[in-house]
Every structure is written in structure tokens, then in C-alpha cells.
Design a protein around this ligand. Structure first.
Ligand SMILES: [Ca+2]
Length: 340
């Protein structure tokens, strides 16, 4: 994300905990086995106190007029050849597309949206058709110390919704495949419908850390509670997500670039958020159409993460933030392919 220190710190601690568990003969893989209760307390603690130097990203004016959003043909895919770390090189493409209110209405696809499927081999696929596979998804980062369950697999989707914990505060929920699946290069795609409301901060991203490196690729970060055009009031006055950010970090504190992608209301239907990760280039897609491309070289294998956190540019959740399953981050699938 554009500011990410709290997120990275959470995983830094996790890495340390994982290493500690391994050293003690425990395992970080498999139904939470070997996860010390103290680990999540530490995570929770650091998650609160870290990132004090962060500043919320400032929404930039749209790159073009809103009239461009009425026709897909008028969309101008953004790209930049710059690998500069300066935000001024960010692109602000506008995107429009039809919205799929039900994942079942989407055509089957063997390949990434908008790509030549013959160029790809499917390497990871979870459609959430048979419950949550805990051999695939880690939940212990946030499960261990949260008594309230705010997720479920229903109707073929993993749903994560805003909820208050026993202390009355909204809490973060994270799913990742660390230790189960990671990949270098290829294509990663999620089809999902986003939650709405002040403070909600849904994300789909990739992360790895080894030998002191911490590369991160954020395929989707949305802040519906943020200033326009991040969010805009819906019919009921609750802010809905109208823009998202793909962001590339070569390493901690080394941002390769980011874009701000204006979209239709992402809480109104399912959309596909994709990344084509080549050795020297990353290209991001919204419903199969390119929205951002930049030169960047990350060669570490990274694992996917889907989460619903709170704060950052979306602000603090409050009494206006809809809770419950009806306002879920609904993930129809997560897939990955490798280049043939
Ligand atoms: Ca599904």
C-alpha cells in the first residue's frame, strides 16, 4: 500500500515468530499447530503501535474527466516506464466496466482475465466451494486472540466482514498462504466484491521476506472511507469504494511506484483484480484490462494475502460503518498461474 509500515511490521514479527517456532520444533504450517498464544499478542500489540510515521495517501485529482468512465472504449490504460520511487510518477487511470453482482454469472475461464490462457499454467486455485481449507490459508495471525468470528465461506465465497471484538473495537482479519503456497513471477488474480463504509480497508497483496528483503506487491488496496475519489457516499449515505491502488515495493522503504485506479462502485459487484509479474515488469489489470504497468524487478517468491483491516486512508471505523455478513469483502476465488 502507499503507506505500509504497520502492515510490514506485522509480518516482520510474524517472520520472527515463525523462525522461533521452527527453532523450537514447532510448525507454522497446518491448522495453527505450534502457534504460541504469545505470538498473536505480540502481533496485536505491534499492529497498534507501529507505523507512527505513516501518513495517509492523499487522493489525487482524477487524471481525466468523469465522462471518460461511461465507456470502456474510452479508457486509457496507464503505464509508466519509470522505476522511480517518486509518487509523482503514479498514474491515475480511470476504468469502467460492467458489474457482476453474482459470481455465478461470470463465464468460466481457464486463464487470467483478458489473457491468452494457452500461455499460462494454473498453479493455485481456491474457489471457496468447499469451505475454508485451513491447509491452504493461515488464519492464526488474527484468530488466536479474537473471540469473535467475522468470516465464513458461504455460497462459494470467502466472506470477511467488519465486526467489533469483545472490547468493542473493530479488528483486522487476515488470510495468507505463507508456508503453503508462494510463487515467483506469473499471474495472480482475485475476483471479489468489496465492503463499504468508513474505515474499511480491504486488500489483496503479495509478500515475502528472506535474507533481510521484504518485497511487497499490492494488487488491490481500497479506502472507501477516504476522501474522494477514494470513496463516495452511496444511496444510503455510506461511503462506497470508487478507487483503488496497486502499489509495488521493491523492499521496505523502497517504493517502485503506484497507481490510483478509478472504478465503478466496487462494493456493488464482483470484479477481477490481476497482476502479471514478469522479471522486469509488473502490469496490473482490472477486469482483464490493463490499468497500470511499471518497470520493477522482484525475484523473491511471494505469497498471497487477502485481508480486511481498518484505518489508513479509509479513516477510523465508527457507528456508521456497516457490520455483519451483509457488508462482507466477498472473495469468489484466488488463482495463480505460471508462465509456460
Ligand atoms: Ca467461488
Amino acid at each position: 500500500m502507499i503507506e505500509h509500515n504497520s502492515r510490514i511490521n506485522m509480518y516482520l514479527v510474524s517472520a520472527a515468530v515463525t523462525g522461533l517456532l521452527a527453532a523450537c520444533g514447532g510448525s507454522s504450517v497446518g491448522d495453527g499447530a505450534g502457534v504460541a498464544p504469545d505470538s498473536s499478542k505480540t502481533l496485536s500489540h505491534l499492529n497498534v503501535v507501529s507505523g507512527t510515521t505513516d501518513s495517509p495517501p492523499q487522493a489525487a485529482p482524477p487524471a481525466s474527466t468523469s465522462s471518460a468512465s461511461t465507456s470502456p472504449a474510452s479508457t486509457s490504460p496507464a503505464s509508466t516506464s519509470s522505476a522511480s520511487s517518486s509518487p509523482v510518477n503514479s498514474a491515475s487511470p480511470q476504468v469502467s466496466s460492467t458489474s457482476n453482482t453474482s459470481p455465478a454469472s461470470l463465464p468460466a475461464s481457464d486463464g487470467p482475465a483478458g489473457q491468452d490462457s494457452s500461455a499460462y499454467t494454473l498453479t493455485f486455485h481456491d474457489s471457496f466451494d468447499a469451505g475454508l481449507d485451513r491447509n491452504v490459508w493461515n488464519t492464526e495471525r488474527t484468530d488466536a486472540d479474537i473471540a469473535v468470528t467475522n468470516y465464513a465461506v458461504n455460497n462459494g465465497a470467502l466472506k470477511i466482514w467488519p465486526e467489533r471484538g469483545t472490547n468493542g473495537e473493530f479488528f483486522d482479519r487476515t488470510f495468507d498462504t505463507e508456508g503453503r503456497f508462494s510463487q515467483r513471477y506469473g499471474y495472480f488474480e482475485m475476483e471479489a466484491k468489496l465492503p463499504k463504509g468508513k474505515g474499511v480497508w480491504p486488500a489483496f497483496w503479495l509478500l515475502g521476506y528472506q535474507d533481510g528483503r521484504r518485497p511487497e506487491i499490492d494488487i488491490l488496496e481500497a479506502y472507501p472511507g477516504g476522501a474522494a475519489p477514494w470513496g463516495a457516499p452511496g444511496a444510503d449515505g455510506v461511503p462506497v469504494p470508487m478507487m483503488y491502488a496497486p502499489v509495488v515495493w521493491n523492499d521496505r522503504d523502497s517504493q517502485a511506484g503506484y497507481a490510483k485506479v478509478e472504478t465503478p462502485d466496487m462494493s456493488a459487484g464482483f470484479h477481477r483484480y490481476g497482476l502479471k509479474w514478469e522479471p522486469d515488469r509488473m502490469t496490473f489489470y482490472f477486469d482483464g484490462r490493463e490499468v497500470y504497468s511499471l518497470q520493477a524487478s522482484i525475484s523473491d517468491p511471494l505469497f498471497p494475502i487477502v485481508d480486511l483491516w481498518f484505518g489508513s486512508a479509509s479513516g477510523d471505523p465508527d457507528a456508521s460503518t456497516p457490520t455483519g455478513e451483509s457488508n462482507a469483502f466477498e472473495i469468489n476465488y484466488v488463482k495463480a498461474w505460471q508462465f509456460k
